[in-house]
Design a protein around this ligand. Structure first.
Ligand SMILES: [Zn+2]
Length: 118
């Protein structure tokens, strides 16, 4: 499944980070999911619950930030948050837009406990 492999690589990414920082425990993993990412938040959560038992920190939690679809207008340089999938600038009506956020699935934040260096 698509989401399962995403979560699997996410956990690997976190594992690398934890190792770099000599973390003793990972408490929370925060990810960003945009409406155009093609990733279903519910399925990500399900996959996470299934996979985390096999990872090093079975008690860690997952926080999902669902971000809006933000676009930049090439015509008037305005930024709009689109609530539907109609790609029209809310300021001038132009359809010449660049996506600023909302098309990604990515790691935002990892909260971990770091070993005391003392
Ligand atoms: Zn515009």
């Amino acid at each position: 499944m698509h989401e399962e492999s995403l979560v699997r690589s996410l956990l690997h990414q976190v594992e690398d980070l934890a190792q770099q920082h000599h973390a003793t425990e990972v408490e929370d993993i925060e990810v960003e999911i945009g409406p155009l990412s093609g990733v279903e938040p519910l399925l990500v959560r399900e996959a996470f619950e299934r996979l985390k038992d096999g990872c090093k920190w079975p008690s860690c939690t997952l926080t999902i930030s669902v971000v809006g679809l933000m676009v930049f207008c090439n015509q008037c340089s305005g930024e709009s948050e689109l609530s539907s999938f109609q790609f029209v600038c809310t300021h001038c009506g132009s359809t010449s837009l660049r996506i600023l956020s909302g098309d990604a699935f990515r790691l935002l934040n990892v909260r971990m406990q770091i070993e005391n260096a003392g």
